[in-house]
Design a binder for this molecule. Structure first.
Ligand SMILES: CC(C)(COP(=O)(O)OP(=O)(O)OC[C@H]1O[C@@H](n2cnc3c(N)ncnc32)[C@H](O[C@H]2O[C@H](COP(=O)(O)OP(=O)(O)OP(=O)(O)O)[C@@H](O)[C@H]2O)[C@@H]1O)[C@@H](O)C(=O)NCCC(=O)NCCS
Ligand SMILES: Nc1ncnc2[nH]cnc12
Length: 271
């Protein structure tokens, strides 16, 4: 259990790096540019991931010691503060929460399999929201203004974006022999389905609609083996012109990469 949790913690860090370096991603920081994030850069996000890495190791240790959930929530809040102090950004706030939630659920899930893990996520999220207060945040305002459920709904429902959308999209593409486009099939599915409160906060319902339509277009281009890379680069220009971004999609993509890395599905097949 100890080594398994440490391994998952390491994969959660790896997943966030894989998300950061996937290029192009409209509105988001990638190897080409900082998208709609004037305050961010690759190096700043890498500095933020150093904080995430230390946090996930401490969280795994806390879980191995069998500490109460309140101790893990405290570690999450400390990590949010350390990210602001050391990297000057809140760019992984959502991921600190989502990765911690998945790790805490894995420690408490006594049955094997993704359905059991998803149920454990929902259970931990319900208990976590009882002990952690609700901030006056961009996400909570977007939820109030647009009747959205955002990251809290995603967590309380057991991460359906991960288990029911992203992973099946990746596996379906891989089963068709398309290893090169599998990550983009996953990105397209997340864009088409996630209720991203970062997009809502920045550009209202119109912004979320744009992300969803682009997600469906990306899925079609991937399916038709068309030039989806040029499409994403063009959409990046549009997102930057509107200040549109999709931080929730980014965090859920990172979580998906992390889980696929943990299961070994990112490795090339053995000859
Ligand atoms: C539960 C908390 C995470 C609090 O969340 P809250 O409801 O208060 O909302 P936000 O503070 O807005 O943070 C939520 C972040 O979640 C990401 N997100 C958005 N939609 C979804 C979704 N549908 N599913 C999953 N995740 C989603 C998103 O994160 C990314 O975007 C961030 C940038 O957003 P923002 O801060 O709004 O930035 P800007 O637009 O640039 O802002 P301005 O400059 O305009 O002001 C970035 O962080 C990405 O990660 C949302 O931002 C929570 O704080 C909590 O309870 N924490 C407890 C501690 C903990 O983590 N414990 C776990 C231990 S087990
Ligand atoms: N690549 C990225 N760009 C901007 N915000 C993010 N939050 C998580 N990943 C991100």
């Amino acid at each position: 259990m100890r080594s398994e949790l440490r391994r998952l913690a390491d994969n959660l860090v790896r997943g966030a790096f894989l998300e950061l370096y996937l290029t192009p991603k409209p509105g988001l920081v990638d190897l080409n540019d900082a998208g709609s994030h004037h305050d961010l850069s690759i190096s700043r996000m890498e500095a933020s991931l150093a904080v995430v890495s230390g946090y996930l190791r401490r969280l795994a240790d806390s879980l191995v010691r069998g500490e109460e959930l309140t101790a893990q929530v405290r570690l999450g809040i400390e990590a949010e503060q350390a990210m602001l102090e050391r990297a000057g950004t809140n760019c992984h706030k959502g991921y600190i929460f989502l990765s911690g939630l998945l790790l805490a659920a894995a420690a408490r899930s006594h049955r094997a399999g993704e359905a059991a893990l998803s149920a454990a996520v929902a259970d931990v999220a319900a208990r976590l929201f009882e002990v952690a207060g609700q901030d006056d945040s961009n996400g909570s305002r977007a939820c109030d203004n647009y009747g959205a459920r955002g990251i809290r709904g995603e967590a309380l429902d057991g991460l359906p974006a991960l288990f029911r959308e992203a992973l099946p999209a990746f596996r379906c593409e891989l089963a068709a022999g398309n290893r090169g486009s599998a990550a983009y099939a996953m990105l397209g599915r997340l864009m088409a389905t996630v209720e991203d409160t970062t997009a809502l906060h920045r550009c209202g319902r119109e912004g979320l609609r744009t992300v969803r339509e682009d997600g469906r277009a990306l899925e079609q281009l991937v399916e038709q083996r068309d030039d989806f890379m040029s499409f994403l680069a063009q959409r990046n220009e549009h997102y930057v012109s509107r200040n549109l971004t999709m931080g929730g999609v980014a965090d859920l993509l990172a979580l998906s990469f992390a889980w696929l890395s943990h299961t070994g599905e990112l490795e090339p097949p053995r000859q």
